[in-house]
Design a protein around this ligand. Structure first.
Ligand SMILES: Cc1cc2nc3c(=O)[nH]c(=O)nc-3n(C[C@H](O)[C@H](O)[C@H](O)COP(=O)(O)O)c2cc1C
Length: 424
């Protein structure tokens, strides 16, 4: 299968050139194959209003750091779809879209060649009623063991309202000058809840697992027109059984291709075992300190909690390995013609090259980076300028854990003296 982007074997070409070739995605052209994967910024106020100056600074740093495209952190399409994270931005009102327009214009002034894609999400059961002020809703009433909230299964009216909320948010993003949207169908959020047999236990027409996802994409596509890029992020697999398996994701991807998505990004997992989405260290003491779901546990009980919960959940996590979602993304790429990206564990130029060249299958079209860019927004430029250096991200995961507190996302591990001066 060929999308005209030559996603396959790099053959005798300079391997670096594979990474720094442009990528055509429908009406959009990316200057290289490196995408800033969606990363919660913690730069919204309590109502989800974007903090324009800070967001502009963050994205301008990424743009001047050489990235090919920027996907924003997840933005809520409706109030009941807000996350537990108090700094999450929204795209659920004209006022918020207006703030995003100012961000978009400022980033374009920094660098006109970096497309910006708004990630649109509804959390479904993965939130707290205290965070949204609304009943928690889901594909069915099965509660999430992490958030432990009663979940109200959506009825037809609720489902239609949320499909419409995705389409309205996408239109706002388009009118605010964004180049596209990425529909968040991964990580156990509402669309993933419909995709998964673990959470979709419906017996009505929405029991067809990818129906909701497809209807969201079709409505967004229809509302925003053909010139607007529509991306989607999927979890290739998840931890639960019965849950999403790669054969299901491949089938969903094929149907999404027919529905007109421009890029599929493959990730992993759900928030029920959130650390398996990202892998690496499990900073349990910090989790107990800052995560509102656990911070109520008194210091007295913490050793017992760690002894009981630790072995069951925390210490049996999947190990971090470079390119840990590459096999899943390759399986998707083999089955579709639409461009496919992977995210998860890309840390060096060689990792990126391996994804694009292919390993046991066709090469992918793009790679997503998250934690490395929180630490070193100029990593793409360094790679482009000849440095073969590996990201100094240690996967300590403090960036992630602190997302659960009310602070902006940042790297909290000091740079070693030897690394100083590598980053601007
Ligand atoms: C601090 C932090 C915030 C994240 N926020 C989002 C988000 O808003 N939306 C999303 O789809 N994924 C989010 N992710 C997941 C990343 O996009 C990515 O899938 C994951 O971190 C693996 O990539 P990496 O190894 O390059 O970090 C986040 C991850 C981290 C560490």
């Amino acid at each position: 299968m060929n999308d005209g982007n030559g996603g396959g074997n790099g053959g005798g070409h300079d391997a670096r050139a594979l990474v720094f070739r442009p990528l055509r995605l429908g009406a959009l052209t990316l200057r290289n194959r490196l995408i800033r994967s969606a990363t919660y910024e913690g730069l919204g106020d309590r109502q989800g209003m974007p903090r324009v100056e800070e967001l502009t600074r963050l994205y301008c740093d990424l743009a001047s750091g050489g990235i090919g495209a920027i996907v924003t952190g997840f933005t809520a399409v409706s109030q009941d779809g807000r996350a537990m994270h108090s700094g999450q931005c929204g795209f659920d009102s004209e006022a918020k879209a207006d703030a995003w327009r100012r961000v978009r214009e400022a980033v374009r002034a920094c660098d006109p060649d970096v497309p910006m894609i708004a990630q649109l999400a509804h959390t479904g059961r993965q939130t707290l009623e205290t965070a949204t002020g609304k009943p928690v809703v889901g594909a069915s009433s099965r509660a999430c063991t992490y958030f432990r909230q009663p979940v109200h299964a959506l009825d037809e009216v609720g489902i239609e309202r949320i499909i419409e909320a995705f389409a309205a948010a996408a239109l706002r993003a388009r009118d605010a000058g964004f180049d596209g949207v990425q529909i968040h169908a991964a990580h156990g959020y509402l669309i993933h809840q419909f995709l998964s047999p673990w959470t979709n236990r419906r017996e009505d027409r929405w029991g067809e697992k990818d129906r909701f996802c497809l209807e969201v994409v079709e409505r967004v596509r229809e509302r925003c027109g053909p010139g607007f890029s529509v991306w989607i992020k999927l979890s290739g697999e998840e931890d639960r059984t019965p849950g999403v398996r790669i054969a299901d994701t491949v089938r969903t991807a094929q149907r999404l291709e027919s529905a007109g998505v421009d890029l599929l990004e493959v990730s992993y997992g759900t928030m029920e075992t959130a650390l398996n989405i990202i892998r690496g260290a499990c900073p349990v003491n910090v989790i107990l300190k800052v995560n509102p779901l656990f911070s109520h546990i008194s210091p007295h009980w913490r050793p017992l909690w760690k002894a009981v919960v630790g072995p069951k959940h925390l210490y049996r996590l999947k190990r971090f390995t470079p390119n840990y979602n590459l096999a899943a993304a390759t399986a998707v790429k083999e089955a579709v013609s639409v461009p496919v990206a992977v995210v998860g564990g890309i840390r060096s130029l060689d990792d990126a090259i391996q994804c694009l060249q292919g390993s046991g299958g066709p090469g992918l079209d793009a790679v997503g980076l998250c934690r490395p860019l929180i630490r070193e927004p100029d990593l793409p430029a360094r790679w482009r300028n000849g440095a073969a250096s590996k990201s100094t991200c240690t996967n300590c995961n403090l960036c992630t854990v602190y997302c659960d507190g009310a602070v902006p996302t940042e790297c909290r591990t000091p740079h070693r003296a030897a690394d100083k001066g590598r980053s601007s």
